[in-house]
Structures are given as structure tokens and as C-alpha cells.
Design a protein around this ligand. Structure first.
Ligand code: HCR
Length: 411
């Protein structure tokens, strides 16, 4: 059993000591009970779209540079959800559940943007990788991507995100949909020493488009002498011409930011084109099916007993319920090996040949053509044919659900 949950957990002091000898495997960290979260990483994919109307806004813009700016705006608005929503007051970031292979998180948003569907699947266990697809049915705007994390220890836990996202925008008035290749920021954990962990982003991330624009986002935090938490500056320029800044954006990704035309030295009332204030734009609620209607591999159903044990702080029960899933998963992998087959992903497939998006846009943002496939188990793409097959399949009977839960989760 991994040491993530259950088996005592220990104090914050012993946790800090275990971090100092950390081997880079996040699952091996023995976390004290009070930082265990009952949310699995497969759920985190929903953070990409908690403001569906901001997500679809680029589809209504006919000017490609302004469209690229709206894509940048949407990306920046997702950061608060992705990295701070579980720690609103700062300092209560928790350790999420490590998804099992094949785990699913499915949902939809229904609001003024129409219906937006989310599919998230754990596509690899060694190394762990989560893939996602988000589609707005009204505009056809579509996001897909996958994500793995590589952790290291130097003063604190540092996490490099491996993977990328691809946004497809069928814009009004354009013959071809735009493609945006999005890279992911690095992060580290602050406040560990005080027992109040929260996330800070660092380094840079990029968005580059098939229409010839690139955005670079630089992240910074509060230093000893100056700076504010969760700060960033972003520049949008024609790809390859970084000095010709068309728009610049600055602010705090957890709070407000302002978007200006031209380079930052001209920022003022006249060049202000748009602003974002998360307090004025409530998030849209994701709709998830009730547990008993869910597929047995859906995250909340599969982890429900572990979640209940975490809620009661019953660590023996956490350990017991978790090891049932882990043992069943180990046995499933052994069966597959003996039978010469591999686990069939439900919604995603790996790209065997060259990936057209990475070949065309990867060089602008430093992404290799193979997309770091060795660290994510492959280049994962949403497989429309598989999704169609799932849509057309009859729903599982209660008996079939029970059988699957027994076989794959030991429940
Ligand atoms: C609290 C700490 C001591 C335990 C370590 C927890 C660590 C494994 C968690 C903490 C934050 C998590 C990030 C999270 O902020 C957001 C994202 C974005 C999402 O799209 C993909 C997952 C990722 C990178 C989480 C990975 C797990 C992290 C680092």
C-alpha cells in the first residue's frame, strides 16, 4: 500500500522530515491526517472551465489577435480555480487522492453558455497521468489535454507539470478553427514550515496559436522585500516577434488583473481594454450524476468509502478501504499481463504517429514533438470514436456495476 493515506499518518514534524528525504514520488509522502483530501486528481480537470462563458468568448470574436487575447484571458481566469480554490484563505492545501488507472470524472455545466461537457480519465498509472476533454456543444469550442507531475525537493516541494492542453476554437467568420497549444506552469508549495501549505506558481507558461500569436505568462510571488503573492505579467505578441507587444496583462491570478493594448510602458486609462475580478464573476456549478447512477469507475462513487472515512478522520478505515482498491487494481494488472492485453482506456488513445499540433506549434513554446510521452505514458488525445461508442452503449445494469466494482475495486 502506498503511504499516502491511512497507516497512522504521523505529525506535521515527522511529515516535514519525510519531505526532506523525498524521492520525487508524491504518492510516497506520508501525510498527516489533517491534510488528506477526499478529492481525486481526476476532478481537477474541471478547473479549466468554471466560467463557461469566458471559455466560449473567443468563438464570438472575429479578429484573430483579439481572439488570442480572449484565450489568454480565459487561461488566466482558470488559475485561481486550479491552484488556489481548495485553499481560499491560504494555507489549507491538501493532498489529493491518487487516481487509479481508468478512473473517470464526468460532468457538465449548464448555464448561459449552453451545455459544456467534461470528461476526465486517468489514462496512466505508472507514470500517473490524467487526460481531459471539455466541449461546449453550442459553439463547438473544445479543450483537451493531459497532465502529469514531476516533484523534487529543494527548500520545499517543487512541482513541474508535464503535458499540455490544446484548445480548438471554431471562430465566427473563420474557415478553419484556430488551434492553441497551451503549456502549464511550474509550482511550489509555500507555508509548509508553518503547517499551512498553499501553492505559488513560478517560471513561465505559453499559449501559441495557429493564427500566429503567442502569449508568454511570467509568474512571481511575494519576495522578502517586495512583490505580491500570486502575481503575473503576460505579453501577447506575433509569434517570433516578442518585442512587438500587442497586449499586456498584469495582476494577481487569485485576485484582479487588467488587460492593456500595447507594451506595459504605455499602460493607462486609455489603453485599458478589459479587466477581471473573480469576486464579480461567480463560478458555474458542475453537474455530476448521483452516485448510484454513476459508472463504478467514476471517481466519487469509487472513492466514496475512502471519502467517508476521511470525513470521520478514521485512519484505519481510510487505510482499509484504500488498500481494497489498490489490491484489486494490482490483481487486474496481473490478469491483463497474464492474458497479454492492456487496460483499454474508455475515452482517450495515444497518438502513435507524429502529432500534428505538436509538430506545428510545439517549437514556438519549447515543447518536443513527442510531447514528453515517456513521462506521461504517451501523447493522449480524446478519441471521438471511443466516446461515440460509449454514448451508444446501453447503460450498465446494477448487476454489471456490482461485478465491475468487485473485479476492479475490490468493493
Ligand atoms: C499539501 C502538500 C504538503 C501535499 C502535496 C500535495 C500536492 C501533491 C498537490 C497540491 C496542489 C496540487 C496541484 C494543484 O494545485 C493543481 C493542479 C492543476 C491540475 O490541472 C493538475 C493537477 C495539479 C498540478 C495538482 C497536482 C497535485 C498537487 C501539486
Amino acid at each position: 500500500m502506498d503511504q499516502q493515506q491511512g497507516n497512522g499518518g504521523g505529525s506535521w514534524g515527522s511529515f516535514l522530515k519525510s519531505i526532506a528525504s523525498f524521492n520525487g514520488d508524491l504518492a510516497s509522502l506520508t501525510a498527516p491526517p489533517f491534510i488528506l483530501s477526499s478529492t481525486s486528481l481526476t476532478e481537477f480537470s474541471s478547473y479549466w472551465c468554471e466560467h463557461p462563458s469566458v471559455f466560449i468568448a473567443p468563438a464570438k470574436e472575429s479578429d484573430p489577435a483579439k481572439r488570442a487575447l480572449l484565450v489568454l484571458k480565459w487561461f488566466l481566469t482558470t488559475l485561481k480555480q486550479q491552484y488556489a480554490s481548495r485553499s481560499e484563505q491560504y494555507g489549507n492545501e491538501k493532498k489529493p487522492l491518487n487516481p487509479f488507472l481508468g478512473e473517470l470524472f464526468l460532468g457538465k455545466w449548464e448555464d448561459e453558455a449552453g451545455v459544456t461537457e467534461l470528461t476526465s480519465e486517468q489514462v496512466s498509472h505508472h507514470p500517473p497521468a490524467t487526460a481531459y476533454s471539455i466541449t461546449n456543444t453550442k459553439t463547438g469550442i473544445h479543450l483537451e489535454g493531459y497532465n502529469a507531475q514531476k516533484a523534487s525537493f529543494s527548500k520545499t516541494i517543487n512541482i513541474k507539470q508535464i503535458g499540455h492542453a490544446v484548445l480548438t476554437v471554431p471562430a465566427e467568420g473563420s474557415k478553419e478553427p484556430d488551434t492553441y497549444l497551451i503549456t502549464l506552469p511550474s509550482l511550489h508549495i509555500e507555508g509548509l514550515i508553518f503547517g499551512s501549505p498553499f501553492i505559488e506558481l513560478d517560471g513561465s507558461s505559453y499559449i501559441t496559436s495557429s493564427t500566429g500569436y503567442t502569449a508568454k505568462v511570467d509568474y512571481s510571488g511575494k519576495g522578502w522585500l517586495s512583490g505580491k503573492k500570486n502575481s503575473f505579467t503576460a505579453l501577447l505578441f506575433p509569434t517570433g516577434r516578442e518585442k512587438e507587444v500587442l497586449f499586456n496583462v498584469s495582476g494577481q491570478w487569485t485576485k484582479n488583473f487588467d488587460m492593456y493594448s500595447g507594451p506595459a510602458k504605455y499602460n493607462g486609462k486609455d489603453s485599458l481594454v478589459d479587466s477581471w475580478d473573480p469576486d464579480r464573476c461567480p463560478t458555474s456549478q458542475l453537474i455530476v450524476a448521483p452516485l448510484k447512477e454513476q459508472h463504478p469507475l467514476e471517481s466519487r462513487r469509487a472513492w466514496s468509502k475512502v471519502a467517508a472515512a476521511i470525513a470521520k478522520a478514521d485512519l484505519d478505515a481510510v487505510g482499509y478501504e484504500k488498500s481494497k482498491i489498490e489490491n484489486a487494481q494490482r490483481e487486474a494488472r496481473a490478469r491483463e499481463k497474464a492474458e497479454g492485453r492492456t487496460w483499454e482506456r474508455r475515452y482517450f488513445s495515444t497518438q502513435d504517429n507524429e502529432d500534428a499540433v505538436l509538430v506545428k506549434l510545439g517549437p514556438h513554446v519549447g515543447l518536443p514533438e513527442h510531447g514528453d510521452a515517456d513521462k506521461t505514458g504517451g501523447i493522449w488525445r480524446f478519441d471521438q470514436a471511443k466516446a461515440e461508442k460509449v454514448r451508444n452503449a446501453p447503460p450498465l445494469s446494477d448487476e454489471e456495476k456490482t461485478k465491475l466494482a468487485k473485479e476492479l475495486l475490490g468493493q
